[in-house]
Design a protein around this ligand. Structure first.
Ligand code: AMP
Length: 413
């Protein structure tokens, strides 16, 4: 859909208009036609892919300029050689095609295929689906990536090419999320540095749709959603949080997971937390609150949070409210997963056999955690009910049915 509106004799105020239009997602161009200045308004609507809306982010012209700039830089460095450009499928196919058209010197092209995305967030699992070709020996290889964000796929690529006898390999990425890149390897050529927002188009997809778009679109999140998942140990908070994280593009913070990470890495915080966790007691509020705030601060661009295992005391709930107000945020809903104690004990004992979590292997520790819950966490129901934010969901049943019940609550927020 494309609307054009001609507006005459407003050139003098057009700079101001430009700013306003930009915030509306409109763009404009000036034209000189028969001596009259005019403004062409082009309205690019949101697009819908599967269940999500995306707004225009980068125009075809901006993308092609960036592709050309990368091609020019590489051409200057490799004009005396015949490099092999290795495109990373599927996302880089458009970049590779336009890049090769813009590359002026002799070159070869090849592809590898890796995969690490599922839905909107990186799964962290990188699979190699197509290996590098065998005849790269002694050649200069330049990897053409569509996007680098966390750096997980890049790690796998470096690993792949370290096992070949290439002369050297360099990395070029059209899009680059410097805010979230782990910085492990140097990225030799970058097209456009972009914020940490989910994008589609120009080869990039959302669950396979959107690759054929000439422009790049950004996920259009209506507003931030902050959820507290509430429930006894074993109620399924962690499992459900993972689904909600992918579905709503939220950052999942599990205080239990952060503590376990610290214990594994022998940090001071881990040593402190361990003594409480081993008994099934709660870690002191001031330690937990500080840790939670640090986790939120680490994600300034998140489009919302799922708090899993926090707050667990009234003091934590109050501290969370105060902290969120200071960041101009708020809790939208506290959703409790409801399940019977005996069912939960069986679930936790089963989980303990697989995960090795010591606090899940001993029934007396589990019962102590339930007592902690009844005494310190259950009163939070009244706290959130007073705020009109408390929702109860039946936590017994198939995982996807429970996700569906949670989704219904969230969609109505
Ligand atoms: P979880 O993985 O949520 O079951 O948490 C495991 C253990 O970590 C708990 O039994 C507590 O010892 C500790 N923990 C996690 N979250 C909190 C919290 N919000 N406040 C105090 N202790 C916590």
């Amino acid at each position: 859909m494309f609307y054009t509106v001609w507006v005459n004799e407003i050139w003098i105020i057009s700079t101001k208009i430009h700013l306003n239009l930009k915030t509306l997602g409109l763009s404009f161009k000036k034209r000189n036609q028969n001596g009259i200045f005019a403004v062409l308004l082009s309205f690019k609507p949101l697009i819908k892919l599967h269940d999500k809306y995306f707004k225009p982010f980068l125009s075809e012209e901006q993308i092609l300029n960036a592709v050309k700039a990368v091609a020019d830089k590489i051409a200057a460095d490799y004009k005396d050689e015949t490099p092999v450009f290795v495109g990373v499928l599927n996302g880089a196919f458009m970049f590779v095609a336009d890049f090769l058209k813009a590359y002026p010197h002799p070159c070869e092209v090849s592809f590898v295929k890796l995969s690490s995305y599922r839905g909107l967030t990186s799964t962290g699992i990188v699979e190699t689906l197509l290996d590098p070709s065998d005849n790269l020996q002694g050649k200069s290889v330049i990897i053409l990536e569509d996007i680098i964000d966390s750096g997980r796929t890049l790690k796998e690529l470096v690993h792949l090419f370290n096992n070949t006898n290439v002369k050297e390999f360099k990395i070029a990425s059209l899009f680059y999320k410097s805010e979230v890149y782990n910085g492990e390897y140097t990225i030799d050529y970058v097209g456009i540095n972009i914020p940490d927002k989910f994008i589609v188009g120009y080869g990039l997809d959302y669950n396979e749709l959107g690759r054929n778009l000439r422009e790049v679109y950004q996920l259009n999140q209506k507003h931030m959603i902050n959820l507290v998942l509430f429930g006894k140990p074993g109620a399924g908070k962690g499992t459900q949080a993972e689904f909600l994280r992918d579905k709503y593009n939220l950052k999942h913070i599990s205080t239990g997971d952060v503590f376990r990470y610290n214990i594994k890495n022998d940090t001071e915080l881990g040593t402190l937390a361990k003594s409480y966790m081993d008994k099934g007691d709660l870690v002191p509020d001031e330690v937990t609150i500080k840790m939670l705030e640090d986790e939120v601060e680490k994600n300034p661009d998140a489009s919302g949070f799922i708090f899993d295992g926090f707050p667990r005391t009234t003091a934590q709930a109050k501290a969370l409210d105060k902290f969120l107000v200071s960041k101009n945020m708020k809790i939208d809903a506290t959703i409790a997963l409801d399940a019977d104690d005996e069912v939960l004990i069986q679930r936790l004992l089963e989980r303990g056999k697989v995960s090795g979590r010591t606090d899940d292997q001993d029934e007396s520790k589990i019962r102590n955690r339930f007592e902690e819950y009844n005494e310190k966490t259950a009163p939070l129901q009244a706290y959130y009910e007073t705020q009109g934010k408390f929702h109860n969901v039946n936590g017994i049943g198939a995982i996807e049915d429970i996700t569906h019940r949670l989704g219904k609550v969230i969609e109505e927020l």
